[in-house]
Design a protein. Structure first.
Length: 343
């Protein structure tokens, strides 16, 4: 925050006229270059700055992508269970959601093909599935790209928290494997910095850039410039890399504290998901009523997300999605102790 506020002050005290004007609907050029270079090295994304569109978080990325890629009523696969934010954005833009089950290898591509072979697109979180935390296998990635290529469908890859893997190196993006420009890659600074920043990006296949820019311009003209300029400096001056390295250690410790506290206090729950990201799922024994549990927990000041709320259709499993990014190890241990009598 100290480095951040110095950079904010620098840009506010000496504003460049170009940053006070309407800007490029794709975003501030130096920032797009910093993002493209980061994505190439850290995430194996194949992109140029020209393909990077700056958005106000993944949510806007999904809304713009859906408007460009899908006709109203077009069937689109979504992960089951999956991220409610993505489902809401796609549905609001007129897509017809088709839930496709997720297993230990990620989205079950053959189940999707059996259910809706002609779907026009798919929303996936291959690096760290939300909420189950599994990583999509190489075989599934190739099967998904093959299906998309054959049917002319679009793959929306949401790579929301892939910087954080604690027991292995980050897994390269699905976009990097794509030889046919079928993948629209979405990322966000909500997890690596803070969500109120409302800064994210989309890497758009080159021949769709003009259509994305046109929709964006009609929607909100261009992204606000100040924090793009600040973040471009934050990245190029090395603060971002340092921040990530520090946060990886901090969140790994918090995850470990949560896993240990759950094993100690609530041995009946099963922790599912890879050691990655900023959340895990505490799966409850069959028949458990996770929504009621989440309400009881809220009554004791504990904010949890019932796993069943992440299903579009009937829930196959009950559990609690627990976020550990913004709480100290002491608070985590105390929260699990408070949760114990409610489960
Ligand atoms: C799967 C997933 N994608 C994206 C986001 C971030 O969304 P945004 O960039 O709109 O803040 C989240 C935040 O919880 C998430 O869980």
């Amino acid at each position: 925050m100290q480095a951040w506020s110095t950079l904010v002050a620098r840009h506010v005290r000496n504003p460049r006229a170009s940053l006070l004007h309407y800007g490029d609907p794709m975003g501030h050029r130096p920032f797009r270059e910093a993002v493209a270079s980061y994505l190439r090295t850290a995430r194996g994304v194949r992109c140029e700055a020209d393909q990077v569109m700056v958005v106000s978080g993944s949510q806007q990325a999904l809304e713009i992508a859906a408007r460009v890629l899908f006709e109203p009523g077009a069937p689109v696969w979504v992960e089951e269970p999956g991220y409610v934010g993505a489902r809401d954005a796609l549905a609001m833009a007129g897509a017809r959601l088709v839930p496709v089950p997720v297993d230990a290898s990620g989205l079950d591509v053959s189940a999707g093909i059996a259910r809706e072979p002609e779907a026009r697109g798919v929303y996936v979180t291959p690096s760290h599935q939300y909420p189950l935390g599994v990583t999509m296998t190489a075989a599934r990635r190739l099967a998904l790209l093959d299906w998309a290529q054959r049917g002319g469908a679009w793959v929306i890859e949401d790579d929301y928290d892939s910087e954080y893997r604690y027991e292995s190196l980050p897994i390269a993006s699905l976009q990097g494997l794509d030889r046919d420009a079928r993948v629209v890659y979405v990322g966000t600074f909500s997890k690596v910095l803070f969500p109120a920043l409302r800064l994210g990006y989309v890497v758009v296949p080159a021949d769709l850039v003009a259509r994305f820019a046109a929709v964006r311009e009609a929607m909100d003209v261009c992204p606000p410039s100040l924090f793009q300029a600040v973040l471009a400096d934050f990245i190029s001056e090395g603060h971002f890399g340092r921040h990530l390295r520090r946060m990886r250690i901090l969140y790994a410790d918090r995850r470990k504290a949560l896993v240990e506290a759950l094993a100690r206090e609530l041995p009946q729950v099963e922790v599912i998901g890879d050691a990655a990201g900023m959340h895990l799922v505490a799966a409850l024994p069959p028949g458990a009523r996770d929504r009621e549990l989440a309400v009881r927990a809220a009554g004791r000041g504990l904010w949890t997300m019932p796993l069943s709320a992440c299903y579009l259709g009937p829930a196959r499993r009950a559990g609690l999605v627990l976020g550990y990014g913004g709480v100290t190890e002491r608070e985590i241990r105390e929260a699990v102790r408070r949760l114990k009598p409610l489960v």
